[in-house]
Structures are given as structure tokens and as C-alpha cells.
Write a protein of this length. Structure first.
Length: 202
């Protein structure tokens, strides 16, 4: 990721921007697919959980992938346009209270800090780092732009909190033994952090 290049069969290929990495993680360990180390996971902005498809979607998958070859793909956007959109997203304003909310949410995932809830300290072995705050803000800006909003809001942070924080909050043995997942922890933290933010405003 960091070098923006890939090597295949001894040949190195430069990957000019826009450049990003997609990775799949199978919940059942198979040969060739293993969980990524935490340091590598932290470089991924989102972890999107994909469950089994519904019956209608599964029927569509069967229909569209077992017949004639699909039509050729036609490009809808070019790399230069993507870079322009990325620059536009970075210019979306963020009010101070949204920055405060993102920082508070991430800091509450860290067990050693005094403001961390006791229930988090009982279930979390390692919390999210500073990169999580950056991705919450960038993600909120992108969501605001997609929805036609002129600035990022608390709702934008909350909407992306789970895919941004879920793979950065590492649960301990107590959480695993009680069936508590990092996604559940993030959802509860969002609810409590929003409540605390409302109390401070009032």
C-alpha cells in the first residue's frame, strides 16, 4: 500500500493515483486466507461486513452469472475526475463539535484512558489509533458530499463509525466468552457518546 506499486512474477508495476487496495477476509480460515495483522488492518479505511444475500439477491446472482457472458463494462469516470472529487471532499467544512465528537468517540475505545467507560475496559484489549479519527472525518465529509449536504454532521460520523472502528477495536477474552463483538461495542459507544455530547450542549 505504502509504496503504490505491486510486484508479480518478478516484475514491478507502478500504481499511479487514484490508488487504493481492496481485500477480502473470509470468516472461515482456508488455505491462503488468514487474518491480517493489526498494523495492516489499521491501514484500511473501512471494514465492510457482507452477510449472506437475501433470497431475491441470491436468485438474481444465479440468473445473471450462469447464463450468457455479461456485456463489456463501459468506463463511467476517469482517474483525473476521481482525484478532483477527492479534492472536493477534503474541502467540505466540518464544525468544531463534529471534530470533538469524532475525537471523543475514538478516545473512548482506549482502555488505559481515564475517560474510557468501565464496560469498555472490561471488553477491549486495544483501542483505535489516531488514523481512526482521520478516517471518521474524511468518511463523514464524503458522505455529506454524496448526500448533497454543505457540511459534515454528527449523523455522518455515526453512519460510518462501525465500518471505520470495527476492525480497530480489539476485543479481549472476556468479550469473546460473552459473545460480544467489536461491532456491538462500537454501536454502544456511538449511542453513549451522542448522549454525552447532547448533555454538554444542553
Amino acid at each position: 500500500m505504502q509504496e503504490h506499486r505491486v510486484t508479480a512474477t518478478g516484475r514491478t508495476y507502478e500504481l499511479p493515483p487514484p490508488f487504493f487496495v481492496l481485500a477480502t477476509q473470509n470468516p472461515i480460515e482456508q488455505e491462503g486466507t488468514y487474518p491480517l495483522p493489526e498494523a495492516q488492518l489499521d491501514r484500511f479505511m473501512f471494514l465492510i461486513h457482507v452477510d449472506y444475500p437475501g433470497a431475491d439477491h441470491e436468485r438474481r446472482i444465479a440468473r445473471e452469472t450462469t447464463g450468457a457472458p455479461p456485456p463489456a463494462l463501459r468506463p463511467l469516470i476517469h482517474g483525473e475526475q476521481i482525484l478532483e472529487f477527492q479534492e472536493l471532499v477534503r474541502r467540505v467544512p466540518v464544525p468544531d463539535h463534529v471534530y470533538d465528537y469524532a475525537v471523543a468517540l475514538v478516545r473512548r475505545t482506549r482502555p488505559p484512558l481515564p475517560d474510557t467507560p468501565e464496560w469498555v475496559k472490561g471488553w477491549v484489549s486495544w483501542g483505535a489509533g489516531p488514523r481512526a479519527v482521520q478516517y471518521l472525518i474524511i468518511g463523514a465529509k464524503a458522505r455529506a458530499a454524496l448526500l448533497g449536504s454543505y457540511m459534515a454532521r454528527l449523523e455522518d460520523i455515526e453512519a460510518i463509525a462501525e465500518p471505520v472502528l470495527g476492525h480497530r477495536v480489539l476485543t479481549n477474552f472476556h468479550a469473546e466468552s460473552e459473545g460480544v463483538t467489536s461491532r456491538q461495542i462500537v454501536r454502544r459507544l456511538v449511542e453513549e457518546t451522542r448522549s454525552n455530547a447532547g448533555q454538554r450542549v444542553s
